[in-house]
Design a protein around this ligand. Structure first.
Ligand code: GRF
Length: 197
């Protein structure tokens, strides 16, 4: 039986696309059981539909509007994902921090992708933070990491793979992001293949 992946996204989904393409090409021996997005406009949902992968939209806002807790959202998200019985949950640009209410359902089975090296630039602005540190002369490189998510600490946990990405004079957010994404697409797929292989 092929390993089943649940892929959680919030946006463009270029890393989801890399997974879809690797599965189609046979270089990733897995199947995508479901793609979940917290944003309706996430282009990744369109990518899932085109690839005939089940997709679910699961926003936080109705929970907030009904004064329901974040733990309730996380628990019901976990139940939704668990319904697809994934072997691995892949956070590929998922922009919410997951609490124990979610992570406790998938111990050592949640994998996150982050556009910086371990301990370097945690959080949602890693690429801009790297550019700012470069401008101050503090770093010459940033990178990409794939890691397990054991708890709600942001962008921390056992590192499965990492690769440095150079920053060049004259880089803009766009040029650096493009260089980082190219590395992400390969590193994420290679790491998932190691996990499922
Ligand atoms: C990636 O840079 C990932 O590392 C970060 O969010 C971005 C998602 O990009 N967590 P995409 O939606 O896969 O194109």
């Amino acid at each position: 039986m092929k390993s089943k992946l649940a892929v959680l996204i919030s946006g463009n989904g270029s890393n989801l696309q890399a997974i879809i393409d690797a599965v189609a090409a046979g270089s990733l021996d897995a199947r995508i059981a479901v793609v979940v997005s917290n944003r309706k406009a996430a282009y990744g949902l369109e990518r899932a539909r085109r690839a005939h992968v089940p997709d679910r939209y699961f926003p936080l806002k109705p929970y907030r509007d009904a004064q329901r807790s974040r733990a309730e959202y996380d628990a019901e998200l976990a139940a939704l994902v668990n319904g697809y019985t994934p072997d691995w949950v892949v956070l590929a640009g998922w922009m919410h921090i997951l609490s124990e209410a979610f992570l406790g359902r998938f111990p050592n089975r949640v994998v996150n992708l982050h556009p910086a090296l371990p301990g370097q630039f945690p959080g949602a602005h890693a690429i801009d933070d790297a550019l700012a540190a470069f401008a101050r002369g503090e770093v010459e490189q940033t990178g990409v990491m794939v890691h397990l998510v054991p708890d709600a600490r942001v962008d921390e946990g056992p590192v499965l793979a990492e690769q440095a990405v150079p920053i060049r004079a004259g880089d803009t957010h766009e040029t650096l992001a493009e260089r980082i994404h190219a590395v992400e697409h390969r590193l994420l797929v290679e790491t998932l293949q190691k996990l499922v292989g």
